[in-house]
Design a protein around this ligand. Sequence first.
Ligand code: 16G
Ligand code: ZN
Length: 537
Amino acid sequence: MPSEQILAASAKHPKPDTTFQYGTAGFRMKANLLDSVVFRVGLLASLRSRKLNGQTIGVMITASHNPPEDNGIKLVDPMGEMLEQSWESHATWLANSPDDKTVVERYHTIASELKINLENKANVIYARDTRASGSSLVASLVDALQSSGAVYTDYKLLTTPQLHYLVRCINTKGTQYEYGEVSEKGYYEKLADAFKRAIKGKTVSGAVTVDCANGVGGPKLREFLKYLPTAADGGIDIKVVNDDVLKPEALNMNCGADYVKTGQRAPPSSKASPGDRCCSLDGDADRIVYYFVNPKDNAFQLLDGDRIATLAASFLADLSRQAGLSEKLAVGVVQTAYANGASTHYITSDLKLPVVCTATGVKHLHHAATRFDIGVYFEANGHGTVLFSPKAVKQLTYAYEPQSPAQKTALDTLRALLDLINQAVGDALSDMLLVEVILAHKGWGMTEWTRTYVDLPNRLVRVEVRDRGMFKVVDAERQMEEPKNIQSQLNELVQKYKDGRSFARPSGTEDAMRVYAEAATRAEADQLATRVADLVK
Ligand code: 16G
Ligand code: ZN
């Protein structure tokens, strides 16, 4: 009987005295607290697959840019998207069951409330990043999958986006939406082939140095290089740095996308010369930021998610115009309130494209991007991708007949990008190749890319508060509804600053408030941030 098996297996994974919550990116915390959570998420993965008639569900064990001693777990839905939001509360409920008996009871309650046929097959695949705690957490997961009778496959070490890719490939196999071959090799081959088609006839100037945060992106990028043509073969030269995965304590330490974005500086280990094109991935390779040292003034210049979004949007809108498709396909950009005001202004005023603002967290942006035919979404921190609607896919792949050789060329590039860009989730390796392709097409270096607009000085501060639960934010986190009096005071403050803008929101991953402020000068942005922080303290 599965119930007895689940009960017995659960007893091996006792819950510590902690309250868990499935947050913006699943459960994430110190790895030594996660054993019971992983077991219970495994049970939920079985339920989710059964609910969806045996479609394959993904489980990723990673804590992304967090320190090495942390870990985390998140579920991937059949098309490679994040777990449907309504299921997050089931995950939280199951994870907080006080004892094993309650685990089994709640497992059955979820099944009966959601009308899940427990006789259905359950299929689950999983992978992990390079953290030392990963393999023991995988053992807890396997206990859950076995005791709940799921069929499962261990994909060992993968980047988060690679797992999302595999889930999508499995569930689309044999349909008209077949996404790719179900293997890690299939991922490299698909992207490498798309890259070759996208870069055809163009030259990537100089090498790009990729900081892999000493995470799983390192070995995966090295493997990927075997499939990518080098510059001598009309491709790209990629220098891999910070790819030491044998020293677990090196993960995300003084390197990686989060280090670079938060500190606005290159990793101290960087040997790049002024002008060199560099980028950094995070620990599970779903985030990327670019940067370089400007040879003119030796100043560090960051090109974050906003820059990648604007670059991609301008290129895709140009291509769709050149292909003769601009009437048919609506191009738009999705950002969060953290997007630099200058980038939003550039998209609306210069590119003349619509911008939608959503709450923080990939799932919100992803969802909003599906409303465009070509929806570009990026968080400023470098999480993002471009989504093509079913209508766009149809036009690009067979319905549309180009009317001239120029239209055909643009259409071919769009088709290549459709394959190059990970449609399941933001993917640092795919995003990097996208940026490289666009720079090559535009004939741009980092200086030209930087010149598109000037970032407004900004400041982000973390504020410790007694209870962040008392803050209620609305309008894509830009307005504070509760406590009642704060927003009007915030508005008054903001009015005093030229180009001032500010908001405060409770963090979804830490017990703190975050305050963002921007203004015409550095000093004013700092001052505004401090004043707003005082308001919420
Ligand atoms: C999570 C989100 C990330 C977001 C961050 C905000 C995903 C996969 N990850 O890491 O996109 O930027 O949370 O953190 O959605 P915060 O709520 O603590 O500011
Ligand atoms: Zn990540």
